[in-house]
Write a protein that binds this ligand. Structure first.
Ligand code: ZN
Length: 84
């Protein structure tokens, strides 16, 4: 049995009531879905969350690239050892 009901204290969107696992995700949702209705503080929170998300994404891409390069050379060396 899975329990998909969000906890009672989950941050909820004040416009549509949708629950989110973190304040940052709620700020992103509000900026994307209800941008016209946000006040200045909510827009600032959205812009901060958007910027932080961009930095996380850049860091993830770098780490993913490093893993791919390591895998590529790992298999290349394995091939060189096994296939000769
Ligand atoms: Zn909403």
């Amino acid at each position: 049995m899975t329990d998909d009901t969000p906890p009672e204290d989950a941050p909820r969107c004040s416009y549509c009531g949708e629950p989110f696992p973190s304040e940052r995700l709620r700020a992103l949702h509000r900026g994307l879905e209800h941008y016209d209705r946000l006040d200045d503080d909510e827009r600032a929170a959205y812009e901060d969350a958007y910027r932080a998300e961009g930095e996380d994404l850049r860091s993830f891409r770098l780490r993913a690239l490093a893993v791919l390069v390591a895998l590529y050379f790992g298999f290349l060396m394995l091939y060189a050892v096994v296939a000769v």
